[in-house]
Design a protein around this ligand. Structure first.
Ligand SMILES: Cc1cc2nc3c(=O)[nH]c(=O)nc-3n(C[C@H](O)[C@H](O)[C@H](O)COP(=O)(O)OP(=O)(O)OC[C@H]3O[C@@H](n4cnc5c(N)ncnc54)[C@H](O)[C@@H]3O)c2cc1C
Length: 455
């Protein structure tokens, strides 16, 4: 038996809010903004020194604000996600930190638009919006535990260099990606370990034009779009298939889990280059995750060598940014009142209590949402089973792997965040549980805030 230590009880400093959002990533930053804008005294607890999560650490682009209209001639172009997610893009546009919704010129059976973002400006834009909304940003603070009494979460145990604190609230939203708050409170969960983990780096000294030329020369370009790049309309996204790429290059890229899909807003810089690997166990295993962190960094250095060796004009490529820790596509799946299934997604199903609509699937064109349609995310899918005041948003919902390949994408997570944050604020104001809140009232509040609820 492992050696055990009995931790002595101690008295903690306590804070009190209406709403606590755990995790300030893709979904959480939006959830906290929504809660504060609906009048809730809101705390956002984020373990890193910035907001944005995997959207700024792992991704390629924000998928997707639109339906897949370009894949289906005759289908109307519709922006199906608006609200706070669009407001973040608008703020980024003012800062020169996004391509906006640039149309895909090749590969539009995958997505109709490419919404590329500048990772560092995204962090700044979301933090500024949160500060303006009056959210208490408890950054560099780890959600280490939950204070739960039966079906009620009373508080969060938070750890920072200022010490251990109890943070109490009426309503809670778990946006930690890993479901740390829900799991600590005793919610039911599974850990499927059904995806690769990754570390995604920014590569300096290398132009997307060089990569484009290399892919075109070898008949390997599958996706392409153009948008503003350092002030001019140019290539901002490329993606590759094997094509006629050199065999040695393909073999070594395959061994590294290197994906040749990237976006950029700058000359001589690739915003995201992903290295994927499969872990033998769930990424919640600390020691296995540590081994993966080392292996992924080794692979990043090897990928740079590969670029320098094979891609003309890239002999000065270097690692300019890495993710602070490995990026996961999911850790825990938290059990909620409704579990979205692949049939719901592909069958473009809508629900009376839906709080957003969405039209992107990451395995398109193999899986598509109807024929350029949308499906709805029901409010029920955000309510953590067995708890009266706990909601979840982001990659931790949806157990069906192939349905999750849609719901886990950034823009869907952001929309879920807006719905969960709004619901939490309404519950706190009305002093009611998440199941007592009328979905009509929630939908009215979301519509008034600009959320698109039209199927
Ligand atoms: C490599 C990779 C590439 C991807 N590419 C794309 C893409 O191109 N387009 C796309 O749309 N989607 C993409 N996705 C999917 C998408 O990015 C994620 O599913 C989505 O961003 C997850 O959002 P989230 O809010 O659930 O989690 P996150 O964005 O990870 O947010 C969780 C936040 O919680 C914080 N946190 C975690 N635990 C704690 C704790 N205990 N205490 C305090 N804070 C905590 C984290 O620091 C983080 O900020 C990709 C995913 C990966 C892994």
């Amino acid at each position: 038996m492992e050696r055990q230590y009995e931790e002595p009880a101690r008295s903690l400093a306590a804070r009190e809010y209406d709403v606590v959002v755990a995790g300030g990533g893709t979904a959480g930053a939006v959830a906290a903004l929504a809660a504060a804008r609906h009048g809730a005294k809101t705390a956002l607890i984020e373990m890193k020194g910035y907001t944005g999560g995997i959207a700024v650490e792992g991704g390629t682009a924000l998928h997707s604000f639109y339906n897949l209209w370009k894949a289906f001639p005759g289908v109307e172009k519709r922006q199906v996600v608006r609200g706070i997610p669009q407001e973040i893009v608008d703020r980024l546009a003012q800062m020169g930190g996004t391509s906006g919704h640039a149309e895909m010129l090749k590969g539009y059976d995958y997505d109709s638009v490419c919404t590329a973002i500048d990772t560092e400006l995204y962090k700044l834009a979301t933090m500024q919006l949160l500060a303006e909304a009056g959210v208490s940003m408890l950054l560099n603070t780890f959600v280490a535990g939950a204070i739960a009494e039966g079906p009620q979460v009373r508080g969060v145990l938070a750890e920072s260099r200022s010490g251990r604190e109890a943070v109490f609230a009426s309503a809670f939203v778990d946006c930690t990606g890993y479901g740390d708050l829900a799991a600590a409170a005793g919610a039911e969960f599974t850990e499927p370990n059904d995806y690769d983990v990754a570390n995604s780096m920014g590569v300096g000294g290398m132009s997307i034009d060089s990569l484009y030329d290399f892919l075109v020369e070898h008949d390997a370009l599958t996706e392409y779009s153009e948008g503003p790049r350092d002030g001019r309309q140019r290539a901002i996204r490329v993606s590759a298939a094997q094509g006629k790429l050199p065999r040695d290059f393909l073999r070594r890229a395959g061994e590294l889990g290197l994906w040749l899909t990237t976006t950029t807003l700058h000359d001589d810089y690739l915003m995201f280059v992903k290295l994927n690997m499969r872990m033998p166990v769930s990424p919640t295993d600390r020691d296995a995750a540590a081994a993966a962190e080392l292996e992924l960094r080794r692979r990043q250095a090897a990928a740079i060598k590969l670029f320098r060796e094979f891609i003309p004009g890239c002999d000065r490529a270097f690692i300019a940014r890495t993710s602070p820790s490995l990026c996961i596509r999911r850790g825990r799946v938290i059990c909620c009142d409704y579990d979205i299934k692949l049939d719901d997604v592909l069958g473009a199903k809508h629900f009376d209590d839906e709080v957003m609509v969405y039209g992107f699937h990451d395995a398109a064109p193999r899986f598509q949402v109807g024929r350029g349609d949308t499906y709805g995310v029901p409010y029920r899918a955000l309510r953590v089973s067995g708890f009266d005041n706990l909601l979840a948003a982001g990659m931790m919902i949806t157990s069906d792997h192939d349905a999750h390949m849609s719901t886990r994408n950034t823009v869907c997570c952001m929309g879920q965040g807006e719905a969960a944050g709004t619901a939490a604020a309404l519950c706190a104001a009305k002093k009611c549980g998440t199941r007592e809140l009328s979905s009509d009232e929630l939908r009215e509040a979301l519509a008034a805030a600009g959320v698109c609820l039209e199927g």
